[in-house]
Design a protein around this ligand. Structure first.
Ligand code: GLA
Length: 384
């Protein structure tokens, strides 16, 4: 039978085959040193790669996402997560770039709550309120990491034991966070925790995104859609009043895609007190069920990000307090150069009996799953 390919072409194919194999990225996890903390504790950097060559880098200090390299419309990889080049950058960070936040992500009014008749006092590190777990929250401790590849996807398991009374919270709390980077360009974060005394818990991830590229401009031209008909308005110190307010007729209506910058300077009292968007949205879905929280599109790169979560709320924070700190590759992160979508229970739930409970008891198990899914879209999102 006559061969379909000539002998010389076959020879070229044979010689090039090893190179081709090399050029196709394989899913995997790579571990390197990221240096040491000021106290001399070693920090590791894990690189999770998927079959498209897209990468997520995570360090054990604060379980922080350091970078997310995903393709744009032209197929070019670009980093869409804000971060720093070294441990010192993260130790000095006051904006919470990329970490797991806990024990209580977001605020607890006046740093006090009562559980089973006992009152607990926490650090008041934000306008007289408790924010993001206190002075040394989960973002500032070194976690234990273990990389693996499970069902073809790169995965990093991080664990941390928070001792009874750490930052004033009751109970020894053992926390596990699993980051999985799939071939569908999904960064899946699975949280679980158990305690030996009743406590409160509200874990989230505080990654800042800029889909045009970290450090190359503001996020005001991103188109945002949030799957929420209501939000939790706050007082002047960002503590929810307890009301669940309809977004309709307000600049917080993202039920259809809106440019982040279109209404951010409106003289709406909630935007004035929050210095922009810094609000918890009440998701249109059942708590505990994985469902859409938000989708964001950036038209110059064509990048799109969808966020799915089992949590009942998401904090949309438009980076209002970013202050120009120098991040990766010497690039500055000025005000509104990144945004966060922090999937969570509502702020101040320990003091708001009407909000879904954040209490965890011995024998119970805290779980939450959130997925940040990246893709590209041709043309403008609104013309879909
Ligand atoms: C959260 C808060 C903001 C701000 C940032 C960190 O998103 O809601 O008010 O504190 O963290 O700068």
């Amino acid at each position: 039978m006559r061969s379909l390919i000539s002998p010389s072409f076959a020879l070229i194919l044979c010689l090039a085959a090893p190179l081709l194999v090399h050029a196709v990225p394989r899913s995997g996890v790579d571990k390197q040193s990221f240096g040491k903390t000021a106290d001399g504790v070693s920090v590791d950097l894990y690189t999770l790669t998927n079959k498209h060559g897209a990468k997520v880098k995570i360090i054990t200090y604060g379980a922080r996402v350091v970078s997310i390299e995903v393709r744009d419309r032209a197929g070019k990889l670009g980093d869409v997560a804000l971060g720093y080049d070294d441990v010192l950058g993260y130790e000095k960070d006051s904006s919470y770039l990329g970490p797991i936040v806990g024990r209580y992500g977001n605020r607890i009014a006046k740093g006090r709550f009562t559980l089973d008749g006992q009152t607990y006092t926490l650090a008041t590190n934000n306008n007289g309120n408790h924010l993001h777990g206190g002075l040394r929250g989960f973002d500032k401790v070194v976690w234990t990491g273990k990389g693996s590849v499970v069902a073809g996807a790169a995965r990093l398991r991080l664990t941390y034991l928070s001792k009874d009374q750490e930052e004033g919270y009751p109970g020894n709390l053992s926390v596990t966070v699993i980051y999985t980077w799939t071939d569908r360009n999904e960064l899946k974060i699975e949280y679980s925790a158990q305690t030996d005394k009743p406590t409160v818990l509200n874990l989230t991830n505080h990654a800042y995104f800029n889909l045009a590229g970290a450090g190359v401009g503001d996020i005001l031209n991103h188109e945002m859609r949030i799957n929420a008909l209501r939000f939790t308005p706050t007082d002047a110190t960002s503590i929810p009043t307890g009301e669940l307010r309809n977004v309709k007729g307000t600049p917080l209506d993202f039920t259809s895609a809106q440019l982040v910058g279109a209404r951010i300077e409106e003289k709406y009292e909630q935007l004035i007190s929050g210095a922009g968007y810094d609000h918890n949205f009440v998701l249109n879905k059942l708590s505990g069920k994985l469902g859409l929280a938000a989708e964001v599109y950036e038209s110059t790169s064509g990048r799109m990000m969808r966020v799915y979560t089992t949590e009942p709320g998401v904090q949309f924070y438009s980076g209002n307090f970013l202050n120009g700190a120098i991040g990766k590759q010497g690039l500055a992160y000025p005000r509104r150069s990144g945004f966060c979508l922090e999937t969570q229970h509502y702020p101040d739930s320990p003091n708001k009996p009407g909000f879904p409970s954040t209490v965890l008891r011995p024998g119970g198990r805290y779980t939450q799953t959130t997925i940040y899914q990246f893709s590209v879209r041709k043309g403008r999102y609104r013309e879909r």
